[in-house]
Design a protein around this ligand. Structure first.
Ligand code: PLP
Length: 357
């Protein structure tokens, strides 16, 4: 039976990425050696790293003056690395979910953190608006897509101070005006590669201003100077990321991805809004994520949660259970998820409605 993969992360990757990576694990670059057993300093792998950086810049239209680096440690290490490199006296954060809170916790180790607004009062089911970004803070940190709660900041905001964004789960899903950001980072395992590699886009002139001694591995400058080769990079995930970037380019680039992502999200939100058995948790359609679509059983149908989960699982829907802090369901519709998978989930919802209404 065909499986429809709605996992939130690690998550679906293009077939192209998996095929190319599987082939390279057997025989990389006609070396008759596995990608897993070659030196990261071999000219064959250095080429992969260079191409990945180049294509990353090309697809996101990254302006001059920015570096792209590939690191280990996940987005979670960036929660500390950002303040290590930028925090002087005070930082500002927008609290839109569990990942924002974790980032705030790390920043507080460095000094004063101003949480400019929070949606925690309503279990993070909206994006706060009309807040003021304090001009005396060193930087302003946002989480553009809240993977757990299904909310998303879909436009690039304007900040009077350096803007830092965790884009773990919506990078490459829409065009981004990188010039509005000082740092963009994310774990690659949501929309780009298998787990193990973290991407960071850094505006070069933002660095070196804290006066602090930074541990070598936590200093962005180390990795910029050595082009992500200061120590051994995660070779296999970087190779896989390059394959996804090639797939993106061959499929029309980010503009085309955005079109398909909007189509998939519209299809599913329309069904959730129409189907009397279900309701969305994010009421303002402007705040609804295009990547992680959360929904729960409607009032009066709460007892059908487990039956719907079992029904959908039998029909090949994988990974639709909501995060334990929200409950219900979450369908992640990353770039590699085909429209037909969304259509298959909608069929399930409609069949289940007929059986149970
Ligand atoms: C998954 C996720 C993280 C955590 O990423 P790790 O690579 O596991 O540390 C951080 N932020 C967001 C928005 C995420 O979706």
């Amino acid at each position: 039976m065909k499986k429809h993969n709605f996992y939130a992360g690690p998550s679906i990757l293009p077939e192209y990425t998996i095929e190319q990576t599987a082939a390279a694990i057997k025989n990389f670059a006609n070396m008759d050696l596995s990608l897993m057993e070659i030196s990261h300093r071999s000219k064959e792998f250095v080429t992969v790293m260079d191409e990945a950086q180049q294509l990353f810049k090309e697809l996101l239209n990254i302006p001059e003056g920015y570096s792209v680096i590939f690191l280990g440690g996940g987005a979670s290490t960036q929660f500390a690395m950002v303040p290590f490199n930028l925090f002087k006296k005070k930082a500002a954060y927008l609290n839109t979910g569990a990942w924002s809170k974790k980032a705030i916790k790390e920043a507080k180790l460095f000094g004063e953190v101003e949480v400019v607004a929070s949606s925690e009062d309503k279990l993070f089911n909206y994006i706060p608006k009309n807040y003021t970004i304090p001009e005396d803070a060193d930087y302003f940190h946002i989480t553009t897509n809240n993977t757990i709660y299904g909310t998303e900041i879909k436009e690039d905001i304007t900040s009077p101070i350096p803007l830092v964004a965790d884009m773990s789960s919506d990078i490459f899903s829409r065009p981004v005006d990188v010039s509005k950001y000082a740092i963009i980072y994310g774990g690659a395992q949501k929309n780009l590669a298998p787990a193990g590699v973290t991407f960071v886009i850094v505006k070069n002139d933002i660095l070196g201003k804290t006066g602090r001694d930074i541990p070598t591995m936590l200093n962005y400058q180390t990795h910029i100077d050595k082009e992500s080769m200061f120590n051994t990079p995660p070779v296999v995930p970087v190779f896989a990321a390059l394959q996804t970037l090639k797939w993106l380019k061959n499929n029309g680039g980010i503009g085309e991805m955005q079109k398909v992502n909007i189509k998939k999200a519209d299809m599913l939100y329309d069904e959730i809004d129409r189907n009397p058995l279900f309701r969305t948790t994010v009421l303002d359609s402007n705040d609804r994520s295009l990547m992680n679509i959360c929904f729960v059983m409607n009032e009066g149908y709460e007892n059908l949660e487990k039956p719907f989960f079992d029904f959908a699982s039998e029909k090949g829907m994988i990974g639709i259970k909501g995060h334990r802090s929200v409950g219900g369901f979450r369908a992640s519709t990353y770039n590699a998820l085909p429209v037909e998978s969304v259509a298959a989930l909608i069929d399930c919802m409609q069949e289940f409605e007929k059986k149970n209404k």
